[in-house]
Design a protein around this ligand. Sequence first.
Ligand SMILES: [Zn+2]
Ligand SMILES: [Zn+2]
Length: 372
Amino acid sequence: MTTAPAAKPPLIWLNILVFSITFLVAAIGVPWYAISIGFAGELTWILLATIAFAGISITAGYHRLWSHRTYDAHWSLRVLFALGGALAVQNSALHWSSDHREHHKHVDDNDRDPYSAKRGFWYSHIGWMLREYQAKRYHDYANVRDLEKDPIVRWQHKHYLKLVLLTTVGWPLLVGWLVGDIWGSILLVGVARLVINHHTTFFINSLAHIWGKQTYTDRNTARDNGVLALFTFGEGYHNYHHIFSGDYRNGIRWWQFDPSKWLIRSMSWLGLTKNLKRSNGYQIEKARLSMQLQRVTRGQQSLCEQQLAKLQQEYELLLARLKEYYQARKNWANQADLRDKIAAMQSTLKAHKKYFIALIESTLRAPEPAQG
Ligand SMILES: [Zn+2]
Ligand SMILES: [Zn+2]
């Protein structure tokens, strides 16, 4: 049965004008100015620093501090994030967090996830902000009552427009006056910077739900993508983030590019952040191994029962070993004499993991066992 398509909700002209005018000015004005007049040299560095300040205020501040409460931050840091968030022009921290909590709670639900990736690239990237798709819950902050207790969040929400003007206009004017290139600064540090901050953040809602690996879960569209992490201050590890959203890290390996994590961690050494939350190591490894197992068992219809049973058996043994290892590590905090035992367990575990991966690979190469 088909039903007539519902009428589209009304357009939000303010957003349409802001996004399109800033984009056009950046795309046409910046190259024109560069060729015909030339930017003051210092502006490049100031542009990069401003992108980083506004961008990381969104990722480490709006996202990991306020939306997910993955750590606590000193008031001075929260004031900086509130200013940087206004500079990024992505609504107040309160509003942003409310939308984002809905996104996690109803991920991929086309009616309830504010930027559901299942509605396509355009919708999840920017389309969701161009029409009043969720007008009913626009001023409903029931899911962020905890954040309303933070005076800095309340202050930023109340004075959001003034703060946007102060930061997005005031800062480029000040920089332009200091380097002697007011129009260059307005174009580069003002407009082009805003467009870059906008679209790199928007990529987390669009591309990070389309392009990359499902390392830890395939229950939603979120993907891990190291390339995207480079442009999003570490938020490219979005598959990990959707399953372990209470973790202050997104890229959990030391080599993964996650400057938001580095900032939060290094600020803890100065006492400006505390209670940094990490997910349980066993649960992380378990999610990862379970996806690896699924990849073989789901894709290969030709696997015989014997092979499936062998994979399942090794998987369960490995999980039991992992559990034991993480339990021992936990106890290690109080009992230093466990050190040797854990080292031995770690090397056995490593060898077992290697064997398991090799088993997966050899199973994939020769799905059908020899007859007879
Ligand atoms: Zn997401
Ligand atoms: Zn999130």
